[in-house]
Write a protein that binds this ligand. Structure first.
Ligand code: TA6
Length: 300
């Protein structure tokens, strides 16, 4: 399978296919600057992003499953058509589905691109009776990684959905981390019976389990990792909401695919429509994009 993927979609030095953990196929995009990102076809799951400096910017649990029927813990799970619990499996079925490569390229400015696609199957229709197409376009540059998630209604009836990039950022010590850009935004506190309050802090800090859906937020968010003098800027378009999540001690212990102490080295800053369902009519498409850019050595 890897040889066939490499023959059809590989690009020397820029796009390389390999067997990843437990033999799951992955594609590595490598930019001329040395920046690199790994994408498993399982879930179209970005598991790693290293900017030109070589520093890893995404968290990936040491205890993560790598199995066809389990989500990978870390990186960027693609959440569709359901965020959270409900009639479908938790966070929907896209993150545990086998996606296909639709295109690879190196753009004229050197950006390395890969596009992955997922369409409805008999299995998905048995769970969720709609015809859809998901396309995830990944674009790597020297200090940025862009993901565009397009949802298309291929069917003849309207469907509601959530589409979310559930991003796990790597940090050195959660107690030395701040998230800026959400002040004045209304949030839904998942830990307090979905109580709605307004965020009054210019910077969110972490000292306990945090699980909040910020509704209709500004499109530029910054995660500051003081220990590493690093900032990760997150700029979204067509994605109204942001989730900020850290499981902290007790929930970390309850998660079998997450190390007990790994809460210290991650924070989720997720983008998409989590607070409410979006609706697509037959033939309609909608795209949401998130661009991550990293700067180190800043006086954060
Ligand atoms: O986005 C935050 C959240 O909904 C948390 O409540 C927690 O459940 C997290 O997602 C991880 O969910 P998962 O199904 O991947 O364990």
């Amino acid at each position: 399978m890897i040889e066939a993927l490499q023959a059809q979609w590989g690009i020397p030095t820029a796009v390389t296919f390999a067997e990843g953990r437990n033999g799951l196929p992955l594609v590595t995009l490598t930019h001329a600057s040395g920046a690199r990102t790994d994408i498993y076809l399982h879930g179209a799951h970005v598991t790693s992003w290293a900017a030109g400096t070589g520093e890893e910017l995404f968290f990936l649990s040491q205890a993560s499953h790598f199995a066809p029927d389990r989500p990978i813990r870390g990186g960027i799970p693609v959440i569709f058509p359901q965020f959270g619990g409900g009639l479908l499996p938790q966070h929907g079925f896209a993150r545990t589905s086998a996606w296909k490569i639709q295109n690879t390229a190196v753009a004229c400015d050197g950006a390395v691109q890969a596009e992955l696609v997922l369409e409805d199957t008999a299995a998905s229709r048995a769970l969720w009776p709609h015809l859809f197409r998901l396309q995830l376009a990944v674009e790597l540059r020297d200090t940025s990684l862009a993901l565009a998630l397009q949802v298309t209604n291929r069917g003849t009836s309207v469907f509601p959905y959530h589409a979310v990039l559930h991003t796990y950022l790597a940090v050195s010590d959660i107690r030395m981390v701040g998230v800026r850009g959400l002040q004045g935004t209304t949030y839904i506190d998942s830990l307090r019976d979905d109580l709605r309050e307004v965020e009054t802090r210019p910077e969110i800090r972490f000292a306990e389990e945090t699980d909040r859906i910020y509704v209709n937020t500004p499109d530029a968010i910054v995660m500051r990792d003081e220990s590493r003098s690093r900032e990760v800027r997150i700029v979204k378009t067509g994605m109204p909401d942001v989730v900020v999540w850290n499981p902290w001690i007790d929930k970390a212990r309850r998660m079998v695919d997450f190390g007990d102490d790994e809460y210290r080295t991650m924070v989720c800053v997720e983008t998409g429509n989590m607070a409410g369902l979006q609706v697509l009519r037959p033939g309609e498409s909608r795209v949401g994009q998130t661009v991550f850019s990293a700067e180190t050595g800043k006086c954060v």
